[in-house]
Structures are given as C-alpha cells and as structure tokens.
Design a protein around this ligand. Sequence first.
Ligand code: ZN
Length: 157
Amino acid sequence: MITAHIPSGYVFGRLLQNSGARWPLILPAAVVGGILPDFDMIWFYLIDDRAFHHHRYWVHIPAFWALVAIAVLPPLALTAKRFLPAALAFFAALFLHLCLDTLAGDILWHWPWSNDFTHFVTIPAVYDWWVLNFVLHWVFGLEILIWVAAVWLWIKR
Ligand SMILES: [Zn+2]
C-alpha cells in the first residue's frame, strides 16, 4: 500500500467511534498506528540508502509488534486502564497496516520461523518506475476506495 495508510487508520478509528467507542484518543491512536511502520522509510532512504527492503525492518514485522503489545497491554490494563482502548486501537491499526501491506507488498508474517515474505497479489514489473506498476494495477483501486471512505467519513463528521 502506497498512499492509504493514514486514511485507513482514520476509517478504522471512525468506525470504532461510530460503533460506540467514546474515548477521545481512539481516533489519533488509530491514525498513528495506521502509519507508524512506514516511518522506517526515513531509515531506508537516509541511512541504509535503500540497501534492504524496508519491510525487513522490525517495525514491519508482526511478531515484533505482538511482543510489544504483550509487554505493554497487561501493565496498561492494571495501571492506566483509561488508556487501554486507545492502546488497543493503536495496535489494531498497526496490524491493519501490516495486513494492507500484505495485499501487494511483502510482510514477514512467519518470522522468526522463516525469513520468507508473504503477499497475496504479485504485481508484475511492467514499467521501469515501480510506482506505475502499483498505481496502474487493480489493487490500487482498494487504496482509492479507502480514500473515498475516509473523505466521506470526514465530511460526515
Ligand atoms: Zn508499510
């Protein structure tokens, strides 16, 4: 997914709010969780000079976030229960990000047992510029749908 992680977090947060979740941090937690893994692009471009697929960085590895959630959520439930709904929204949005990346990108769902990527759809390299391969493929229609849903929910707020 190239463009729709922030709107997907927004849609997710708004759906939580519309289903009755009234905690004020739900929406920002979902939006931040929806985009956070892609901040590894800073490291990818500025430090590693694109030497590795950025989906191999720990912020794109589901097992890493599962461990963080296991470490964070129980203490939060015991000591600061009022932040628990936002934390759950944050982690759920993180996993939504990883699921959306799995559609046409590669995610290490089986790590640490395997270093093989998983993806649902292979986008053929038809054009020299990789962005065109994604934008002109049918899976980009999902990104457009997410944007439309986000704009519609934003207008209706
Ligand atoms: Zn990503």
